[in-house]
Design a protein around this ligand. Structure first.
Ligand SMILES: CC(=O)CC(=O)SCCNC(=O)CCNC(=O)[C@H](O)C(C)(C)COP(=O)(O)OP(=O)(O)OC[C@H]1O[C@@H](n2cnc3c(N)ncnc32)[C@H](O)[C@@H]1OP(=O)(O)O
Ligand SMILES: NC(=O)C1=CN([C@@H]2O[C@H](COP(=O)(O)OP(=O)(O)OC[C@H]3O[C@@H](n4cnc5c(N)ncnc54)[C@H](OP(=O)(O)O)[C@@H]3O)[C@@H](O)[C@H]2O)C=CC1
Length: 282
């Protein structure tokens, strides 16, 4: 089946980026969120990116209008009925994703592949919510989506080879390099990245260094493009905490316990860039 229309659930920082790269690859896109205001915010994020590209001479206003014209807004999950492939990028919450996959299973034609951009939740568990587990897969983009080259492709226990191949090829069509991961909590990316970020928060919690010192050490000492606390603010501290909880619950190993300071920030609503305050102020 040729993929012509691509659906995205969730128009947050990841969903809007995924919609953008899909539209840039020539697909028609339906971008869905629960409220019109969130869909509008997603459109604004994409527009801002294109405006910067126009300023830099990498894109023309006509090209921008053409790509934006391929993205249709939606606040009704039943709009996914007309899509050929869907990626879910709603909040990192297992119960929420289970609900969304049950609804997608009802709304989409039986042959449609349902991908999840989850950072950490096992794909097999999400697939079990549907009557098409062989068509459920992890398609994990990195933030910021239009810039980062990787897509982590995760097979659930029931994912078919055909689903895997189509997802792999779609990642390449989006201009990305796919890498395969088995279905364990956190997959490869967050099995490695998130304990590092969590340890940076412990270093701050224990007073080993200031936020600036911790970030400077990792930036200049290890050549990371961003310090771990700056990166946590970019990812979203709620997402970082949710990933640590999934690792901790999944492996039952204390090495994955979330730092109490991370939890405190999330409880205060200090979620990073998206709320204007995290480890830094924006
Ligand atoms: C949590 C998960 O499940 C998985 C994850 O995603 S984990 C997060 C993974 N992401 C990372 O680790 C990101 C780490 N940071 C970086 O790689 C870099 O800091 C960065 C690419 C974000 C920015 O790069 P930089 O060199 O520091 O900044 P900058 O020079 O401004 O940006 C490089 C280019 O990207 C563009 N850019 C950067 N951020 C952008 C954004 N948000 N929107 C649009 N363009 C952006 C810049 O305009 C610039 O383009 P040109 O080369 O054409 O001028
Ligand atoms: N942030 C990152 O760096 C990365 C995140 N991810 C994963 O991507 C997913 C999204 O993360 P991110 O974009 O950062 O989060 P955001 O908080 O930016 O966006 C999530 C969006 O999903 C919306 N949403 C919530 N419930 C529903 C629903 N029932 N139907 C449709 N939309 C819904 C949210 O609305 P509302 O605001 O009302 O809650 C919000 O607009 C998560 O699974 C995350 O783990 C993957 C890679 C990197």
């Amino acid at each position: 089946m040729e993929i012509q229309t691509f659906g995205v659930i969730g128009a947050g920082q990841m969903g809007s980026g995924i919609a953008q790269v899909a539209a840039m690859s020539g697909l028609n896109v339906v971008m869905n969120d629960i409220q019109e205001a969130f869909v509008d915010r997603g459109f604004k994020t994409i527009e801002k990116f294109f405006d910067r590209s126009i300023e830099k001479g990498k894109m023309t206003a006509e090209q921008k209008a053409e790509v934006m014209g391929r993205i249709k807004p939606s606040t009704d999950i039943n709009d996914m009925a007309g899509t050929d492939f869907v990626v879910e990028a709603a909040t990192e919450n297992e119960a929420l994703k289970f609900e969304i996959f049950k609804m997608l299973d009802q709304a989409c034609r039986p042959e449609v592949i349902l991908g999840s951009n989850t950072s950490s939740i096992p794909i097999g568990r999400i697939a079990a919510q549907t009557k098409r587990p062989e068509k459920v897969i992890g398609m994990h983009f990195m933030n910021p989506v239009p810039i980062m080259k990787l897509v982590e492709v995760i097979r659930g226990i029931a994912t078919s080879d055909e689903t895997f191949q189509i997802t792999w090829q779609l990642s390449e069509k989006f201009g990305k390099t796919p890498a395969e991961s088995s279905d364990y909590p956190g997959f490869i990316a967050n099995r490695i990245l998130m304990p590092m970020i969590n340890e940076a928060v412990f270093a701050l919690y224990h007073g080993v260094g200031t936020r600036e010192a911790i970030d400077t050490v990792m930036k200049l000492g290890m050549n990371h493009p961003m310090g771990p606390l700056t990166l946590a603010d970019l990812i979203g501290l709620d997402t970082c905490l949710a990933i640590m909880e999934t690792l901790y619950d999944g492996f039952k190993d204390s090495k994955y316990r979330p730092c109490p300071l991370l939890r405190k920030y999330v409880e205060a609503g200090w979620l990073g860039r998206k709320t204007g305050r995290g480890f830094y102020e924006y």
